[in-house]
Design a protein around this ligand. Structure first.
Ligand code: GLN
Length: 454
C-alpha cells in the first residue's frame, strides 16, 4: 500500500497500526533507524487521515525525546511542537518516532550519531548517508505508507535520499518554518521531506510550508497545493547540465545520471550543458560558514541552562569544559574548534567574511543560470552509498569532500529534489534537480516525469 492508496481507501487504523508497528520494530532492530518510537494510532481526519509521519531527531515533538542525535541533549523532552509538527498533527498525521541522524547534523554518513549508527536497508554493510540517515533508511525499509520529515544544512536530505533510493526534497530557505528545529547553522538550515515517491513529498510540502509568525526568516507565502499539476510533464522545459558537477565522480554514477537526462530529453525537455565556474569555491566557503554558525549555536550547551549537567566542581571554565568534553562527540568538537577559529578577531576577514562574499557570488551565478533554464540537473552524490569499512578509512577532509555537489545549492538557498535514476552494484543512484528560489513546483514536475518515465 502506498500513501495515495492509504489516503483513498476505507481503512481500519487500529488494524493498520498493529501491523505497522510490528514492521517498524522489525526494521529498527535490523537497521537501527529510529532513536525513539512513539506508539499511537491517530484518527482518520484532515488531509493525512492518520498517516505515519516520522521526524528527524532535531525536530521538536512535544513530550518525545528530541536530542538532534546528541548525548548532550539526551532526555530532553520539548514542552512544545515545532511548527511543522503542529501542521502535520492538524492535518491528522500520526507521529511514529524520531529518526537517527549525525550529531546536530554534522556528517554525511550518519556515523557521527550519538545513539548508534543506522544501516542501509538495501545493504547493511553500507551507510544510509547523512545527516538524515535514519529518515531515508526508514522510508526505504518500510514497504508501507509513511512520510519522513528531515532537515538539510548542506545536503543532508539529498545525500541520504540518493543513497537509499527515495525521493528527498529540500525546499527554498524560508519556505518552511524552522521554529522548533534544533539548529545546526541558522542561515542554511531547512526542514524538508522524504518519501517513496515524488507525489508524497509534494503532498507533505503543501502541508508544512507557508508563513509562520514564530520564525522571523519565514517567507511571506501562503501554503499552496504542490500535488496540483504535478503530472504536467517536462515538454518544452529548458534544463541546464552544469559540467562542473560531473568532475571526479564515479563513472558508474555518471552513466546512470546521463541515462536519466536522456529520459528527460525523450519526454520533451531541452537539455543543454552549461558552466558554473564558482562551484569550486562552494565547499570551502560552506564549511567556514557552517562551522562558524555551529560553534556559536553550541555555546549554549555549557552544563548550566541547556542540555546535560554534572555536579558542580571547580571554576566555571573547568566545569564547562568537563561537561562539553564528556557529552559532545568528536565531530562536534572538531567543528567547534574550526568554527571558533574562523570567527576569531584577526582571522574573521580572511575566512568568515570572505566566505560570505563567495556565497553572494554563488547566489548570483545560480540566478543568472535560472534566467535561462527552468531547472538544472546533476548527480546528487559523487558515488553510491559507501561501506562502513570505506568510511573508516576516510579522513575528515575526505568526508567533507563528499558534499561537493550538494553544498553550492544549499549556500544559495535554492530548492533541490533528489530522485532515484538508476543503480550501480545494486545500490541506487540519485539525480539532483535544482530550481530557482520558490520554484518547487517546477522541480517536482521534473522529478515526477522522471519517476513515471522509468
Ligand atoms: N554533510 C554536511 C555537513 O556535515 C551537511 C550536513 C547537513 O546538511 N546537515 O555539514
Amino acid at each position: 500500500m502506498n500513501v495515495q492508496e492509504f489516503l483513498r481507501g476505507d481503512l481500519n487504523l487500529k488494524d493498520f497500526y498493529n501491523k505497522f508497528y510490528q514492521e517498524l520494530e522489525k526494521a529498527n532492530k535490523k537497521y537501527n533507524l529510529l532513536v525513539k518510537i512513539s506508539k499511537g494510532s491517530g484518527s482518520r481526519k484532515g488531509k493525512l487521515k492518520g498517516l505515519p509521519v516520522s521526524a528527524k531527531d532535531c525536530i521538536c515533538v512535544r513530550g518525545l525525546q528530541s536530542a538532534a542525535g546528541s548525548r548532550i541533549l539526551e532526555g530532553y523532552k520539548p514542552p512544545f511542537n515545532a511548527t511543522v509538527m503542529e501542521r502535520v498533527l492538524k492535518e491528522g498525521g500520526n507521529i511514529i518516532g524520531k529518526t537517527q541522524q549525525d550529531e546536530f547534523g554534522f556528517g554525511t554518513f550518519s556515523v557521527n550519531s550519538g545513539f548508534g549508527v543506522p544501516k542501509n536497508p538495501l545493504n547493511s554493510a553500507r551507510s544510509c548517508g547523512g545527516s538524515s540517515g535514519g529518515a531515508a533508511g526508514l522510508t526505504a525499509a518500510l514497504d508501507l505508507p509513511h512520510i519522513a520529515l528531515a532537515e538539510s544544512t548542506g545536503g543532508s536530505i539529498s545525500c541520504p535520499a540518493s543513497f537509499c533510493g527515495v525521493a528527498g526534497l529540500t525546499p527554498t530557505y524560508g519556505l518552511v518554518s524552522r521554529y522548533g528545529l534544533i539548529d545546526y547553522a541558522n542561515s542554511l538550515d531547512k526542514i524538508g521531506v522524504m518519501g517513496r515517491g515524488v507525489w508524497d513529498v509534494a503532498l507533505m510540502l503543501s502541508i508544512i510550508s507557508g508563513k509562520d509568525e514564530r520564525d522571523s526568516t519565514s517567507l511571506d507565502r501562503k501554503a499552496q497545493d504542490y500535488t496540483r499539476g504535478l503530472d504536467r510533464g517536462v515538454k518544452g522545459m529548458k534544463i541546464g547540465i552544469p559540467k562542473e558537477y560531473f568532475r571526479g565522480i564515479d563513472s558508474g554514477v555518471e552513466k546512470e545520471v546521463w541515462k536519466g537526462i536522456k529520459r528527460l530529453e525523450s519526454l520533451g525537455a531541452k537539455c543543454q550543458k552549461i558552466s558554473l565556474p564558482l562551484t569550486k569555491y562552494a565547499l570551502s566557503s560552506y564549511y567556514i560558514i557552517a562551522t562558524a554558525e555551529a560553534s556559536t549555536n553550541l555555546a549554549k550547551f555549557s552544563g548550566m541552562r541547556y542540555g546535560a549537567s554534572e555536579p558542580i566542581k571547580g571554576n566555571f571554565n573547568e566545569y564547562f569544559s568537563r561537561v562539553r568534553s564528556k557529552y559532545f562527540g568528536q565531530e562536534a568538537k572538531r567543528r567547534i574548534l574550526l568554527g571558533t577559529y574562523a570567527r576569531m578577531a584577526g582571522y574573521r576577514d580572511q575566512y568568515y567574511l570572505k566566505a560570505m562574499k563567495v556565497r553572494t557570488l554563488i547566489i548570483q551565478e545560480f540566478r543568472k543560470a535560472f534566467g535561462r533554464f527552468d531547472a538544472l540537473v546533476a548527480p546528487t552524490m559523487p558515488c553510491i552509498a559507501p561501506k562502513f569499512k570505506e568510511i573508516e578509512r576516510m579522513s575528515p577532509i575526505k568526508q567533507y569532500m563528499m558534499d561537493v555537489l550538494t553544498v553550492a545549492p544549499n549556500l544559495a538557498g535554492i530548492p533541490q529534489l533528489s530522485v532515484p535514476c538508476g543503480s550501480v552494484k545494486g545500490m541506487p543512484v540519485g539525480l539532483h534537480i535544482l530550481g530557482d528560489h520558490l520554484q518547487e513546483g517546477k522541480i517536482l514536475k521534473v522529478g515526477k516525469a522522471l519517476e513515471e518515465g522509468k
